[in-house]
Design a protein around this ligand. Structure first.
Ligand SMILES: [Zn+2]
Length: 247
């Protein structure tokens, strides 16, 4: 049966001399795999659409296993991302995260919209780190391991100053701070932003700009939380870290 979907290429693996297997994250069907036969030949009509991060319409033949890609039409190739090593690295990390927390053939139009918005905003020049923080929060929620950022993870208090406890899985108020000697100190703007990013809709991003210190704290909290609680290892994260050292 012929299927038409709107999707973004999130993985590309060579298969034989001339073929590639693409993983698409689609609005209609969630994550799917398709074989693009001959896509490695420069003259193939599939070669331009069979590129990582490409957003387009795809027509494929659904077999019992992997579908076969018949046609593709680019909607946006996100050139602003592909021509920038840093943006490419952030993008690679986001799609690797998405890939890890989603199942095949499970439609999640909301996640598709979030992925598309993230790439679009990145392409348009929004702060890659802020986009990534919001993306990480969404992926943690998707994986069912979102941190508690609305109130103290222990007593539920919403007022006052907070630190972040990896062990308690979220914010810790001053009264409960003794529970975790390894809690991570937070400035109050950082605590508020963690909450905002958790609930954030990217449509509302606008021109948000963060102080370096705030960003450093949020990055440290999210990186440590993901390392300790997700059990996931990201190939793309190593490259991203190396790049950031040179920045
Ligand atoms: Zn508390």
């Amino acid at each position: 049966m012929l299927q038409k979907v709107e999707g973004i290429v999130i993985r590309k693996v060579d298969y034989g001399e001339t073929n590639v297997i693409l993983t698409l994250f689609t609005r209609e069907k969630g994550k799917i795999g398709v074989m693009a036969r001959g896509a490695k030949k420069p003259k193939s009509r599939l070669s331009s659409v069979a590129q990582l991060f490409t957003y387009g319409h795809f027509v494929y033949q659904q077999g019992r296993g992997l579908g076969t890609l018949n046609q593709g039409e680019i909607i946006d190739s996100f050139r602003g991302i592909k021509e920038d090593l840093f943006k490419t690295a952030y993008c690679a990390y986001m799609i690797e995260f998405l890939d890890k927390v989603t199942e095949e053939q499970n439609p999640q139009p909301y996640l598709f919209e979030h992925l598309w918005q993230s790439l679009h905003q990145l392409d348009e020049g929004a702060d890659p780190e802020v986009i990534t923080f919001i993306f990480e929060m969404k992926m943690l929620r998707q994986a069912g391991i979102g941190p508690q950022v609305d109130h103290c993870a222990n007593c539920g208090r919403t007022e006052g100053e907070f630190s972040f406890s990896i062990r308690e899985g979220g914010l810790l108020c001053e009264r409960c701070s003794h529970l975790d000697p390894n809690r991570i100190p937070l400035s109050q703007p950082a605590a508020r932003l963690l909450r905002l990013f958790y609930h954030f809709d990217l449509n509302r991003l606008g021109n948000i700009s963060l102080k370096k210190q705030t960003k450093d704290q949020i990055r440290f909290v999210l990186t440590t939380y993901i390392d300790e609680n997700s059990g996931m290892v990201f190939k793309s994260k190593k490259f991203l870290n190396q790049l950031n050292k040179f920045e």
